[in-house]
Design a protein around this ligand. Sequence first.
Ligand SMILES: Cc1cc2nc3c(=O)[nH]c(=O)nc-3n(C[C@H](O)[C@H](O)[C@H](O)COP(=O)(O)OP(=O)(O)OC[C@H]3O[C@@H](n4cnc5c(N)ncnc54)[C@H](O)[C@@H]3O)c2cc1C
Length: 412
Amino acid sequence: MYVPPPICGEGYPLSAEQRELLATASRLGREKFAPRAAQYDRDASFPFENYDDMRAAGLLKICVPKRYGGVGADFVTYSMVAAEIGRHDGSTALTWNMHVCSTLWSGALADDLDMTAPERAEHERNRAVHFERIVKHGKLYAQPFSEGSAAAAGKAPFGTLAAKVDGGWMLNGKKIFASLSGAADYYGVLCTEDKPDRTMRDTLYMAVPGDAPGVSVVGDWDPLGMRGTVSRTLLLKDVFVSDDAQLMPRGAYYQAASRWPHMFSTLSPTYMGLAQASYDFTVQYLRGEVPGTPPVKRRMYPTKQIAVAEMRIKLEQTRALFLRAAGEAKVDPSKDERLRCYAAHYTIMENANDIARLAIRTCGGQSMLKNLPLERFYRDSRCGSLMLPWTAELCLDRIGREALYEQGEADD
Ligand SMILES: Cc1cc2nc3c(=O)[nH]c(=O)nc-3n(C[C@H](O)[C@H](O)[C@H](O)COP(=O)(O)OP(=O)(O)OC[C@H]3O[C@@H](n4cnc5c(N)ncnc54)[C@H](O)[C@@H]3O)c2cc1C
């Protein structure tokens, strides 16, 4: 029998804590998430049961710092665990990413940013409120930043505005593709402070309660893949939030986006998991070992062997870049590390879908029937390189430009 290897490959050095977290994710994924995935996909419904399991296993607080009662996992640990979950259910891994970002960005990442002493003190007070909701009450956060404008690509200020009012902020705007819509307890909304001559430096990051007056979820959700993310449209109409809703102080998000580029690559581990899942499926299928299918072997054909070799090579290339780039996540990475981060993100997103494509071509017609998970891996994996701010196109754009120009350089 083929035994699927660990997501980081056999022999990869892991701490005891990493091993334990990965074992938890693997057990939940195999026993709970994978068997439920087809139904969430068919219904395009949110995987509430999976979140109950993750809450019970402590995974909602994985990146909450230890001193706030969390697990305190670092970037690379989170990435490996997310990839392991993505093997079993892409939508759960992707939505979990949105939730975890709200703790990673306001937690370890914010610790690396420059803040004045009063800003730091304010941030400590605000994030204590936010972390307590997760650690003590198991609350769930979403992360809507897309608006259908140039803002999500990082090219213009967010159109959603936050006006300062007595004791808090008044928010107005619209977010598209808000994963966890209707399921999240809080929406971590990226918006712009409402003042004259607004720029991207005026970006604010606010936790908006899902049940606040003026918050509504509209539109339907019937996409090609990642159907369990339930990414409908979020409307904010005169929504009041108190001052402690700020997940980062003024200016900190802009600073993070410029100085901590790996913050946007948290989307890709899900797709690393999907790449592994397509490969694992293919090996099992060609060996006649996929449960619920006749034990027909197809592995003896040289064309199949060559296709599996091609998939394995792509998988190893993807995993190597994934682990290397995740291990380099930090504030102010070198130019080389930054370019590798874009390259890793691009490679994971594109190869996940390419490996799924090869898997279907190699396994054949029966493998794409809906009683098997491969066609879902194919559809889910198609979504990765469409996700802003680092779509495949925008990764190419960044790599090409930043490789050829040093900071501040221009042509005459
Ligand atoms: C399954 C799924 C879940 C999602 N969940 C979330 C979520 O939770 N929160 C959230 O905020 N968003 C989420 N998104 C949204 C995602 O990040 C994009 O915003 C979304 O795919 C919509 O893109 P668009 O068609 O409006 O892109 P457009 O802005 O119309 O861009 C189209 C394409 O043009 C290219 N492009 C865009 N801007 C530029 C530019 N300035 N220069 C050159 N090329 C450019 C990009 O490659 C892009 O793919 C999700 C998307 C998917 C598919």
